[in-house]
Design a protein around this ligand. Structure first.
Ligand code: ZN
Length: 360
């Protein structure tokens, strides 16, 4: 028996799919392999550019980060981190706990207790006053970010809730469920107002474009689905990842999204055109976390090998590699001003990387 790299549950050695979260345990593609026939023709595949990794050299002129602070979570894996909209606080989700940190002072401010099992997702409301969290106990919780008080517990998902996101107006929370549904909840009273069905496996991640009319979800069936929030209909479906889509990040313009997959690639998609614009062979396998820099120029990704890589979102070149985590990096997030990058994962640490001024 071995453990599923996504949910850590025991799985049979020969299993091609995890029974618990539905993650497809595909073999990683060989770096030089030609695209599989099933690959959509519009997907642009760039070769791995390991030899362009540039930690200290020319890339520094573009953007360069340096480790500033390590926060230690004592409750095991950190599966999700998110900066408050004003950048002064960081929320993290681990085993049963949501924590709020002061990332500048490097200290813990608050521990939010209530979840009865792993916390997979944390998200801030746009006004910074509430936090949504979700996890293996199948609940979605809303918290007062100041007092740490639990405001609402929303039940309805029939399995683990892997992802959560606030709508841009703060009125709704969307969640991604292991039961294959995306749900929309009224943030004021916790009412479930929409159940979006269409995914064939666990939904692992969800995000809103800035205008709030659409919601994007992805998961173990390898599909990226764009939903019309009003009608609950599928507006678009994007395919290309081989195996599960593990993470999804919205670009600042709402036109582009980045996804990370079990196949180790990070892909950048144009939502309006409905196609893949860039495929980066980002990690040997399992690109766990992705985040767009707020200026849209870069994408950060975290992988199973414990490194964070920063990519040029247009050209796909690796701008920097950040090492330090001793195990898989599960989640990455930029501070809203783009000057700090947070990464966290299986080693139970949250690392804060600060942008170095050019010439510094
Ligand atoms: Zn699993």
């Amino acid at each position: 028996m071995k453990r599923c790299p996504y949910c850590d549950e025991l799985i049979r050695d020969k299993a091609s799919k995890c029974r618990h979260c539905g993650t497809m345990l595909v073999d990683p593609p060989a770096p030089q392999a030609p695209p599989a026939p099933a690959e959509p023709v519009d997907g642009t595949t760039l070769p791995a550019e390991e030899d362009t990794l540039d930690v200290h050299g020319t890339a520094a002129a573009e953007r360069s980060f340096r480790l500033e602070c390590v926060l230690t979570e004592q409750a095991g894996w950190v599966r999700s981190v998110a900066f408050s909209p004003d950048g002064t606080r960081l929320a993290s989700g681990s085993n049963r706990r949501v924590r709020i940190w002061d990332p500048t002072a490097g200290r813990r401010l608050e521990t939010l207790r209530g979840h009865e099992d792993r916390v997979y997702a944390v998200a801030w409301a746009p006004d910074g006053r509430r936090i949504a969290s979700a996890g293996q106990d199948r609940t979605v919780r809303l918290w007062d970010a100041q007092t740490g008080q639990c405001l609402l517990v929303m039940g309805g998902h029939a399995d683990t809730v892997y992802g959560a996101a606030f709508s841009p107006d703060g009125r709704h929370v969307a969640t991604a469920g292991g039961d294959g549904t995306v749900r929309l909840w009224e943030a004021s009273d916790g009412r479930c107002v929409q159940v979006l069905r269409g995914h064939e496996e666990s939904v692992l991640t969800v995000a809103f474009p800035p205008d709030g009319r659409l919601v994007v979800s992805a998961g173990s069936d390898g599909r990226i689905t764009v939903w019309d929030v009003e009608t609950g209909e599928v507006a678009r479906e994007l395919r290309g990842h081989r195996g599960s889509v593990l993470s999804l990040a919205m670009g600042p313009d709402g036109q582009r999204i980045a996804t990370g997959g079990f196949d180790g690639t990070v892909r950048i998609w144009n939502l309006r055109l409905g196609r893949c614009e860039l495929t980066i062979e980002a990690h040997g396998r399992e690109a766990w976390g992705v985040a767009f820099s707020p200026d849209g120029r870069h994408v950060a990704s975290g992988g199973r090998e414990g490194v964070v890589r920063l990519w040029h979102a247009g050209a796909g070149a690796c701008v920097q590699e950040l090492s330090g985590h001793t195990q898989a990096v599960r989640t990455v997030a930029f501070r809203p001003d783009g000057r700090v990058l947070a990464s966290a994962g299986r080693d139970g640490t949250i690392r804060l990387w600060a942008e170095q001024d050019a010439g510094a």
